[in-house]
Structure formats: C-alpha cells, structure tokens
Design a protein around this ligand. Sequence first.
Ligand SMILES: [Fe+2]
Ligand SMILES: [Fe+2]
Length: 473
Amino acid sequence: MSINYSERIPNNVNLASDRTLQRALEHWQPQFLDWWQEMGPSDFADKDIYLRTAIGVDVEGWASYGEVKMPDYRWGIFLADFDPNRTIGFGDMAGQPVWQQVPGEFRAQFRRLIVTQGDTEPASVEQQRLLGLTCPSLYDLRNLFQVNVEEGRHLWAMVYLLHAYFGRDGREEAEELLTRHSGDADKPRILGTFNEPIGDWLSFFCFTYFTDRDGKYQLKSLAESAFDPLARTCRFMLTEEAHHMFVGETGLSRVIRRTLELMSALGTEDSTAIRLAGGIDFPLLQRYLNFWFSSSLDLFGSEMSSNAATTFANGIKGRPDETSYADHLCTNATLDLVTPDGEQGIRTETVPYRNAMNEIARQAYVRDCEMGLKRWNLIIKRAGYATTLTLPSTRFGRHIGVWAGISTDLQGNRVSAETAAQGQTHWLPSAEDRTYVKSLMQRVTAPGKMAGWLAPPDRGINNLPVAYEYVRL
Ligand SMILES: [Fe+2]
Ligand SMILES: [Fe+2]
C-alpha cells in the first residue's frame, strides 16, 4: 500500500478511517516537533539537506531523495505489507494465525518491549545532537542527519503502536518517550548505552556500527512477533536501519584507509607519529571498538533469562531470522554457557535453550559484527601491514548478565581486579585518547573536502558525486 502524503501524518495504515486515533496522534505531533527542536540536531534547522524519505514499503523504489529542511521532514507511520496468511512462526502457538490485536494476557510484556525499543530511537538523536558542529565533511553531515530523521521516524513507529493498541496507558507512554532524555540525571533513557555521550565522530561511527546493529537484531526478533502490527512495523524499520550500519561500517573503513595512507607516507606505524600527522592510530581505534562492542553486548540482556523463555514460548519475540532455524519450538534443546565459577574459575553450564534466547541473539549479532572486522583487516593486509583489529571476548567489560562486574582481560580470561584496573588504559579509551580524538574534530564544510583523519567515501549518495553539496549551509 502506498503512503498517503496528503495527510498531516503520512501513513499507509489508513489513518483517516480512525478519527480517534488520528486525533490522538495529531495531538502528539507538535510535542514531537518541540522535542526535535529542543533535543534534536542543533543549528541546522533552516538548512536544505539532501535526504531520503520513505514513499512506499516495497523493497524496490521505497524511497525518494531531495532537498529537505529537517523540521519539514515527513515523519510518518509505515508498516510492511499485510500478509493475510501469516502464522505464528515459533513457540507454543506456532502455526496458529498471527494476532491483529494484543492478547490481554501479554499486554504488559508487549508494552514494555515497545516502550524499550521506542526509547532508544529518540535517545540516539539526543546523543548525536551536537555532532553536526564538528562534521568531517558535508557528505558525513548529511549521513548524520539522515540517521537522525530516520530514528525520529522509528520513534513514530513505536508511538503509533502505543496509541493504536494500548489505549490510555499507551498514550501516556508515548508522552514519556519525549520526557526521558539521554544522560539526564533524573530521567535518563532506559538502556545504559543510550546514555553514553557521543561527543565525537569516531564514537558516532562505532555507535552506528555496533549499537545500531544491536537495533537491527532487536528489530529482527520483533519482526518475528505473533503480534502482526509490531512485526510489520519492525520489518519496515529494518529497511531504513541498513543505512545506519552502512554509515558505521564505511566510516570506520575510511578511518582505517586514512591511517594506512599516513603510515605509508610516514614510513612508520608508531602511534605518536600517526597522531602528530593528525591520524587515528590503530591501538586507539581498537580501544574504541572494545568499548562500543562491549557496551552494545549488554543490550541483549542476561544470558539466562526466564523472561526470554516466556516471551519466546508465547510468540512475543522470536530469534533473529527465525525461519533460518529448523526447530521453532526449542522445548528439549539446551545450550552450553561458559559462566564464572568462584573467585577465579569458569565452568560450563547447560541451560534450557529457551532460557538462553538472549544469548542466541547475541551470538548471531557477534557473528554479524565480525564481518566488518574481516573486511577491515583485509584492507590493512592489502596495504602490507600485519595489524589485525579484533573484537574482545563477550565476557569482557560487561555490566549486565553472568559476566557483569567480573574482571577479565580482552580474551575473556579472569584476572584480578588490580590487573583489570591496570589494563584499562590499554583496553578502553583513556582520557588522553578522548582528548586527542576531540582535538581532531574540526568542522570541514567545503563540498568534497574531508577532515585529515578520514579518507573520502568510494561514492556519493544516490549516484551523486562525493563533492555534491549535500547540505546547503
Ligand atoms: Fe532506529
Ligand atoms: Fe538506527
């Protein structure tokens, strides 16, 4: 179904036929715009930006591109096409028709899941609020704003579900989504990573690579849900989300390519020399990867979770890519988990597979993260260098789950608290690293020009040249 742009809120859910819902959402819309003005990207509200806007939900030709001022962006409600034959794909009710309404007994769980997902969307916009001031190029500035407006739309997607299916509680939750703020001492965002500041572009690229990818896996799980409107909403969000991870992956590739150029020009891999030349040395990059990867792992929740078992059993949340598995019931299967044992040891625990659903999703996520590392290491190898970038062990640096608060090295070996404290400066970004990265954040706005720490992209957006004026300043 095509998207109706003649209405105040563009949508493909025939909003006009439900006046009560339409009025409720039209009441929320100005609050959203106020939030955008106050907490969204600073300073660029009156600039024309080359943005894509969703115009349909078919895989082919779903978006159009053009110059738009961000406050005029057409945020709306877009669900993937309805399939009248869709059945529940997993859990105790597998094979039964999917639900078009939320069953009363699962209402609280669905509401919590939708609110938690919804909370991350505006949170990331808030985290990235000031990045435009230090953009490394117009191309990157445009990509930042593209990500921001789409996260804004993802908020709309969740707010639609709250308004349409959760009555008064849903409307209250939708208001709350605009009153919690990233990093706020009194009313922070729900999940830890979404309260971490993203004060520099290296963090932005790491965030879009690692944290938006967590988003992809959460959306994939929800896209399997038996609650059909949620599944369809998330399925379409995944289309937009792919670009966010593209920004992260190519951003980090470009950092690496630029560092390699400097290493070759200087004839050294020495970090100090690279920094004197204004590049991002690989040990520093590795520490940023360690930080954002570990932090994003926590977003999947605890390795063992009775809640995860229940949501799977009840068809609420499936595994990412549920259809790729043979067994959709998982009643007898088990999973071996490595857990801490006593003061220094580890042991393997066999747990019911359904209780390990968070871990199953996390493992799929880790495999996906590794693909980028392989590509980056190939770039480094082809340039004739032996450095390899790696992901730390999933036991390292955890704040949630069985490894929370347990001291390990990057390989996941248990170490004393003292060794861990000493290791931090090599394992995670130090104050000095952050200060150095901040010092590189100088605004570059001549079309086609790039900051000195970043190589240009291979190509521009939508077949336009890299030197296109993506943001008219
Ligand atoms: Fe999103
Ligand atoms: Fe995203």
